[in-house]
Design a protein around this ligand. Structure first.
Ligand SMILES: NC(=O)c1ccc[n+]([C@@H]2O[C@H](COP(=O)([O-])OP(=O)(O)OC[C@H]3O[C@@H](n4cnc5c(N)ncnc54)[C@H](OP(=O)(O)O)[C@@H]3O)[C@@H](O)[C@H]2O)c1
Length: 266
């Protein structure tokens, strides 16, 4: 799909990666509907883009019925980018039941409900693209990632099934799998330092993958250095051995620091 003139709905637009996705789609000529809970940040984002081709719909995706309301407010959506998520890091028993529900709601239920609400219009027009922002944690789990990985693996399964059902109708489905993202976003905000050998990518590189996914009709795109992508592939083949190696390389220390720093985002 050509992005020029297309109407794109982006969730999590007030966040580090969402802002970069909005700017990249806007630069390709898309007309945007952007959402998040923080109205002031949404208004600032629109102002930074010159006020043109950007509509704001502030809303809480954890509220029942909010995805359908969002799609109704957005009008005819050509591209849906489900990017909003909570880091949901930590040991399962340290979450309250409400915190688990919120993570499932924002990270998994909302993308599925948004897709369901946007699909009839896309099918009628015979064109549409659904982009789901997952994570490498949606391919391979690590310590303290049970809830987050549960939601991000879920997106991959949802996308794979959906793709089979809509491909003949001209609808495309892309899943983006970023590794650690520096510069902005919830990993960067945590302030946690990675070992020197673990590389990162920028929000702009994630945004470029979203653009590539839509324009080149790619099913899945990783956004991470080669070492992390190869490690992920090996871990998919031999998860238990890979987990043992991860632990030896200090993954638990990093995961504990991360979940402590992200506790207020549950
Ligand atoms: N950062 C990384 O290293 C990394 C790595 C891999 C994958 N990812 C994925 O990339 C995506 C963006 O992450 P990020 O790092 O940019 O995170 P972020 O900066 O924390 O942004 C999260 C976004 O989600 C929105 N959000 C959270 N709760 C919401 C709710 N209840 N209702 C509506 N919106 C809500 C936030 O908006 P409000 O606060 O305004 O509601 C914000 O715009 C996520 O899917 C994440 O899993 C990130």
């Amino acid at each position: 799909m050509q992005l020029g003139g297309a109407r794109a709905l982006v969730t999590g637009a007030t966040g580090g990666i969402g802002g970069a996705i909005v700017r990249a789609l806007h630069a390709r000529g898309a007309r945007l509907v952007v959402t998040g809970r923080r109205e002031e940040q949404l208004a600032e984002l629109r102002a930074s883009l010159g006020e043109e081709r950007v509509d704001l719909v502030p809303l809480d995706l954890a509220e029942p019925g909010s995805p359908a309301r969002l799609v109704e407010a957005a009008g005819a959506v050509d591209v849906l980018v489900a990017n909003a998520a909570l880091p949901a890091s930590g040991r399962v028993e340290e979450f309250t039941p409400d915190e688990i529900d919120r993570a499932l709601d924002v990270n998994l239920r909302a993308p599925i409900q948004l897709t369901r609400a946007a699909l009839p219009g896309m099918l009628e027009r015979g064109r549409g693209h659904v982009v789901l922002v997952s994570s490498l944690s949606g391919k391979v789990a690590s310590p303290r990632s049970a809830i987050y990985s549960g939601t991000k693996f879920g997106l991959r399964g949802f996308a794979a099934g959906l793709r089979e059902d809509v491909e003949q109708s001209g609808i495309r489905v892309t899943v983006i799998f970023p590794g650690f993202v520096s510069g902005a976003g919830f990993f960067a905000e945590s302030g946690v330092k990675l070992p020197r050998w673990v590389g990162t990518r920028t929000p702009e590189q994630v945004a470029a993958a979203v653009v590539r996914g839509v324009e080149q009709e790619r099913a899945e795109l990783d956004v991470a250095p080669l070492s992390l992508r190869v490690g992920t592939r090996l871990a998919e083949l031999a998860p238990v051995t890979a987990a043992r190696m991860q632990r030896r390389l200090g993954s638990e220390r990093i995961a504990d620091a991360l979940s402590e720093a992200q506790r207020d985002k549950r």
